[in-house]
Design a protein. Structure first.
Length: 368
């Protein structure tokens, strides 16, 4: 049975998509969201930092987010009589529009960005409406967990969901870049222990990707192929398959940092073949479980899936996973202090080669 998608709406009009595993035990019936909800918030405003040209979305509605609720009040669990959560029915994977978005809910607005040239112009007190979309991706109805704690079948469903949403969001008006990610652990700032990630659909090309495009212009259009060849020949590879390789990068910034690249050029999740997605599910899951096995307690991390912008760099920017963790010991974290936070100049605490050997040891302890 193929992975299936069912689209519906929540009580306030937000889109909700149920995604059924290929081996789902769930039937096709879905409950209706009968809550009475407040109107959706006004779309935020983003302001340009004239010192850098970067845009900052001022989304004050996010101050009211739920913070570490008890299991019986989990807003990402299926609804019950006692818990009027965001998802009316039992599910395998569920995706819905965030109630407190950083971008959106509007996709168009009279003060929306007027194209990429408008966004790169720099001036004092420039502002634009934060059009776009922010979605929550629930990996499981369970109250606690992460991507790595899911079954291989469920991991494959989540990857298919990322591909589906990347294609759909990229086709929406005003969207310039789509970013799936998972924040894991209270040390990262997670407000819900429920296994979930998010997808941001930005109205601009992010600063990180803008810098990458400059590097490609300087080095050449085959930059990612050259990086992959160099890393595969180094001693920093931690996991490898037929279609993907994971490695600690040459200039790793964090105590734990792993990048993963496909062996061929693919701009985003929507460009992966079924065969590649079938390999990625157990390989990515094993990587995260190996990172969790480094210490006696779960490792906090940010798992960031970098994708090519919608309208730039499609032939040169390759899909890439970047997993980073501030954990530098059983009870020690790396905090961004003066040099990193103020100047953007990182100082690595661990040699990347030593870090790679340490991570390989963790992966070797994973047996499923």
């Amino acid at each position: 049975m193929p992975i299936r998608f069912h689209s519906t709406t929540l009580a306030d009009g937000r889109e909700l998509i149920y995604v059924d595993d290929a081996d789902t035990a769930l039937g096709p019936e879905r409950s209706i969201d009968r809550r009475v909800l407040d109107p959706r918030p006004e779309t935020a405003t983003m302001r340009q930092d004239v010192l850098t040209g970067e845009w900052v979305s001022i989304a004050s509605n996010r101050q009211n987010r739920v913070f570490m609720p008890p299991p019986d009040q989990d807003p990402l669990a299926p609804q019950s009589d006692e818990n009027p959560s965001e998802i009316p029915s039992r599910y395998d994977v569920a995706v819905f529009e965030n109630r407190s978005p950083s971008f959106g809910p509007a996709l168009t607005h009279e003060n929306a960005p007027r194209g990429l040239d408008d966004l790169t112009a720099i001036g004092l007190e420039r502002s634009r409406t934060s059009v776009g979309r922010c979605e929550v991706v629930c990996f499981s109805p369970d109250h606690e967990g992460s991507f790595g704690s899911q079954t291989v079948s469920r991991a494959r469903t989540v990857i298919e969901t990322w591909a589906h949403r990347t294609a759909a969001l990229s086709a929406m008006p005003g969207i310039e870049q789509v970013f799936p990610f998972e924040n894991r652990g209270a040390e990262i700032g997670v407000t819900l222990p429920h296994p979930h990630g998010q997808i941001y659909a930005y109205p601009f090309i992010t600063p990180r990707t803008t810098a990458l495009l400059r590097s490609i212009d300087e080095v050449g259009p085959d930059l990612f192929a050259r990086i992959l060849d160099s890393e595969r020949a180094s001693g920093r590879v931690v996991l490898e398959g037929e279609h993907f390789t994971a490695f600690v990068p040459f200039a790793a910034r964090w105590p734990i940092e792993v990048h993963l690249l496909p062996h061929r050029h693919v701009p985003d999740f929507a460009g992966l073949t079924d065969e590649e997605k079938d390999e990625l599910a157990p390989l990515y899951r094993r990587l995260l479980r190996g990172i969790d096995a480094l210490y006696e307690t779960p490792t906090p991390y940010i798992a960031a899936w970098h994708q090519a912008p919608v309208s730039r760099g499609r032939d040169t920017v390759r899909l890439m996973l970047q997993v980073t963790s501030p954990r530098r010991g059983p009870e020690r974290l790396k905090f961004l202090a003066g040099s990193e936070a103020a100047m953007g100049a990182f100082i690595g605490d661990v040699a990347p080669e030593a870090q790679a050997a340490f991570i390989r040891e963790g992966i070797a302890r994973v047996h499923d």
